[in-house]
Write a protein that binds this ligand. Structure first.
Ligand code: M6R
Length: 613
C-alpha cells in the first residue's frame, strides 16, 4: 500500500504534491519521491524516510512546473532505499512512473526487457512499467504524442499482471498526466483549472471535494482544463463526479471513524495481497535446498502479543500439514530459557512492525544457537527482516491502529502458506491434499468480505453487554488462540477485564469467575469439536453466563438451544476458520470501546511498536 498524488494545473505543482504526500503518509512512509515536468525536462527528487526528508531535498533542488507526480512508499519489492523509491524511469529518463500494488509477472517481464537492452536501476516491480511503456512507444503509431503515450500505456496494461494503480508523465507531453487503475485504488479530483490524481481523497481534499472514483481497467487523462476517462474497452466514458462531505481526518480513515475500523474492513484486500505471494518458495527465501527443507526436524515460533496468537494458530497448521513438531514461545520468554541447540531447527519470528525488541532479541538468540531463521513480517527493511536469513512479507499494508487486526489475519494466512510449502516439500502432503488446501486458501478473501458484513449485528449486541465487568472467550484447537486474541483485543481498546481459555480447561478452574450475566463468547464452528463446545456452553449457562456462540451455518440450529445469541460466520476449510472467526471479535472490541468512549486508535499505556525490552 503506497500513496500516489499527481497535479496538473496553472500553479507550481510542488507544494500541492508535497502536501498531498504528507496526507497520504498513513499509506506508507519508508521513502518518498517527486517528479516535476519543468518545461520538457523531468526533474526527480527522492529521499529515504518520511515525506519531511523529501521536502528538505526538494527545497534544495527547487524544481518548478505545472505538472508533477509524487509517491510515498511502503516497500513490497526491494528494500527502502533511494534507488527503490518512486518515481521510476525508463532508460531515457523521459518517462516517469509512480505505482501502488504488485506486478506479479515482473521478473519475467524484466528478463524480457533486459534481453532487449533495457537497463534497470532498482529492485522494484514498478520499474518494468516505465521500461514497458518505453518499449511500447517504439511499436505504436498515432497522430500525436498524447495518443502515442495512451496507446503505449494500453499495450503495457495488457502485458502486466497483478493489482496496480499507476501514474505516468512523459517529457514530450507537458500538461498531461495519465492515471491507470486495476484492483488498487485510484481517484481523480476535479478542481478549477487544476486536476488531481491520487490513491485516496485526503491527498487533494483541501483543494476540491469533487471526486471521480475510477473503476478497474479504467484510464484517466488529466489536463489543466479537464479530465477524460476511458473505460476498460478504451471507450470514452461520461464523467460523473461525486461530492465528498468528509472532513480531512475522516477522509484519511477512508470515511471510517477510526483506523481500527478501517483496518478491519481492509482485511479482504489485505488477505488477497498476502495471497499474491502465497506460493512462495520458502526454501529459496531461507537459502535451503530441498534436502535442507526435508531435514527440518523442529520449528520454533517466536512472537509477542497478537503476533504470538498468530503463531499459536501456526503450530496447528505446521504440525498437521507438514508433520513437524512446533513450539511457540513468547519472545520475551524464549530469550531467557534454556533452548537445546538441536540441529535442523528453523526459528520463525512473526512481527507486524519488525521492530519489536523482544522478538529481535529472541531471534538473535536463535541465530546464536545455529538455527536457520525466517521472519514473517509486514515491514520491508525493518530490523527483524535484516536480522533473519529470509523474510516472507505479509503485504497487508501499513497498520496504523495500535490494536492489530489485519496484520493478525495476514500473519495466520502467511503461516498457512509456509505449512503448505513444508508439507509438500517433505512429502507429508500429497499433491491432491496440497491442491485442495490451496484452493481453500484462495477462497479466503471472499469469505472475509462476507465476515466484515457482521459489524451491524455485533454492534447491536454490544448495546446489551458493554457495561459488563469481565468478558470470557472460549475456543478449542485452532480456535483456542482466537479466544486469546478476542480477549486481548477487548482489553487493549476498552480496558475491560477479559480472558481467553481453551474451552476444555474451564472446568479446571476458570469457571469459578463466571457469574450471573458474565458475557461468554464461544468460538465454535461446526467442526469435529463442536459437540464438546456445546457441553462447555451448557456448563457456562448453568452458572448464569450470557452465552454468545460464534459458529458456522451447520451449527446454528444446535447453538440456538444453548446460547443467548448466535452469530453466524462464513464457512471455510476447518483449518482456515480462525481467520474468519476473529472478525466478529474485532468488531466486538471496537464497539465496546466506542460505547465506553475510549481512545480506540491510541489506547492508554500502549504503543504501536514496542522497541524496548
Ligand atoms: O509489531 P509486532 O507484531 O512485533 O508487535 C507485537 C505486539 O506488540 C503487538 O501484536 C501488540 O500485541 C498489538 N498491540 C496487538 O494488538
Amino acid at each position: 500500500m503506497c500513496g500516489i498524488i499527481g497535479y496538473v494545473g496553472n500553479n507550481n505543482s510542488v507544494p500541492y504534491i508535497i502536501d498531498g504526500l504528507k496526507r497520504l503518509e498513513y499509506r506508507g512512509y519508508d521513502s518518498a519521491g517527486i517528479s516535476i515536468l519543468q518545461g520538457h525536462e523531468l526533474v526527480t527528487v527522492r529521499a529515504v524516510g518520511k515525506v519531511a526528508e523529501l521536502e528538505k531535498a526538494t527545497l534544495l533542488a527547487n524544481p518548478k512546473g505545472n505538472t508533477g507526480i509524487g509517491h510515498t512508499r511502503w516497500a513490497t519489492h526491494g528494500k527502502p532505499s533511494e534507488e527503490n523509491s518512486h518515481p521510476h524511469t525508463d532508460c531515457t529518463g523521459d518517462i516517469v512512473v509512480v505505482h501502488n500494488g504488485i506486478i506479479e509477472n515482473y521478473l519475467t517481464l524484466r528478463d524480457k526487457l533486459e534481453s532487449r537492452g533495457h537497463r534497470f536501476k532498482s529492485e522494484t516491480d514498478t520499474e518494468v512499467i516505465a521500461h514497458l511503456i518505453e518499449e511500447n512507444l517504439l511499436h505504436v503509431r498515432a497522430e500525436n504524442d498524447q495518443d502515442r503515450l495512451l496507446k503505449a500505456v494500453q499495450k503495457t496494461n495488457k502485458e502486466i499482471a497483478g493489482a496496480y494503480a499507476y501514474g505516468v508523465l512523459w517529457a514530450r507531453t507537458p500538461g498531461l498526466l495519465i492515471g491507470v487503475k486495476n484492483q488498487s485504488p485510484m481517484v481523480v479530483g476535479l478542481g478549477k483549472d487544476e486536476n488531481f490524481l491520487a490513491s485516496d481523497v485526503p491527498a487533494f481534499l483541501k483543494h476540491t471535494n469533487k471526486v471521480l472514483f475510477l473503476e478497474d481497467g479504467e484510464i484517466a487523462l488529466l489536463h489543466v482544463d479537464g479530465v477524460t476517462v476511458l473505460d476498460k474497452d478504451g471507450k470514452e466514458k461520461e464523467v460523473k463526479p461525486v461530492k465528498i462531505s468528509w472532513d480531512q481526518q475522516t477522509a484519511e480513515k477512508g470515511g471510517f471513524a477510526h483506523f481500527m475500523l478501517k483496518e478491519i474492513y481492509d482485511q479482504p484486500q489485505a488477505i488477497e495481497d498476502t495471497l499474491r505471494t502465497a506460493r512462495a518458495d520458502f526454501g529459496k527465501i531461507l537459502g535451503l535446498d530441498t534436502t535442507g527443507i526435508r531435514e527440518l526436524r523442529n520449528i520454533h515460533i517466536i512472537a509477542c502479543g497478537t503476533a504470538y496468537h498468530a503463531g499459536l494458530v501456526g503450530k496447528y497448521y505446521i504440525e498437521q500439514l507438514a508433520g513437524i513438531p512446533v513450539s511457540v514461545d513468547l519472545a520475551s520468554e524464549y530469550k531467557y530459557r534454556a533452548i537445546p541447540p538441536l540441529p535442523h531447527t528453523l526459528a520463525v519470528a512473526i512481527s507486524q512492525s519488525g521492530e519489536t525488541a523482544d522478538t529481535i532479541g529472541a531471534i538473535k538468540k536463535a541465530k546464536e544457537l545455529g538455527f536457520r531463521t525466517l521472519a514473517i513480517c509486514n515491514v520491508l527493511g525493518s530490523t527483524l527482516t535484516r536480522t533473519c536469513d529470509g523474510t516472507f512479507f505479509t503485504h497487508c499494508g501499513p497498520e496504523i491502529s495500535v490494536a492489530s487486526t489485519k496484520a493478525f489475519t495476514s500473519q495466520i494466512t502467511s503461516v498457512y502458506a509456509l505449512a503448505l510449502f513444508l508439507g509438500k516439500a517433505n512429502g507429508n502432503l500429497s499433491q491432491a491434499a496440497f491442491d485442495k488446501a490451496y484452493k481453500g486458501l484462495l477462497a479466503l478473501s471472499k469469505a472475509m468480505s462476507e465476515a466484515v458484513k457482521l459489524e451491524y449485528e455485533v454492534r447491536h449486541l454490544t448495546r446489551k453487554i458493554y457495561k459488563a465487568d469481565r468478558f470470557i472467550f472460549l475456543g478449542r484447537n485452532v480456535n483456542f488462540p482466537i479466544a486469546l486474541e478476542g480477549a486481548l483485543k477487548l482489553k487493549e481498546v476498552s480496558y475491560r477485564s477479559a480472558e481467553g481459555f481453551a474451552a476444555g480447561e474451564i472446568k479446571h478452574g476458570p469457571i469459578s469467575i463466571i457469574d450471573k450475566g458474565t458475557p461468554v463468547f464461544m468460538i465454535m464452528p461446526h467442526d469435529s469439536l463442536f459437540e464438546k463446545m456445546l457441553s462447555a456452553c451448557q456448563e457456562c449457562r448453568a452458572r448464569g453466563a450470557f452465552v454468545v456462540v460464534i459458529t458456522t451455518k451447520n451449527g446454528v440450529k444446535q447453538a440456538k438451544d444453548v446460547a443467548d445469541k448466535v452469530i453466524t460466520v462464513p464457512q471455510t476449510d476447518d483449518l482456515l476458520q480462525p481467520i474468519i472467526d476473529v472478525v466478529p471479535l474485532q468488531f466486538l472490541a471496537y464497539w465496546i470501546a466506542k460505547r465506553l468512549g475510549c481512545d480506540i486508535d491510541q489506547p492508554r499505556n500502549l504503543a504501536k511498536s514496542v522497541t524496548v525490552e
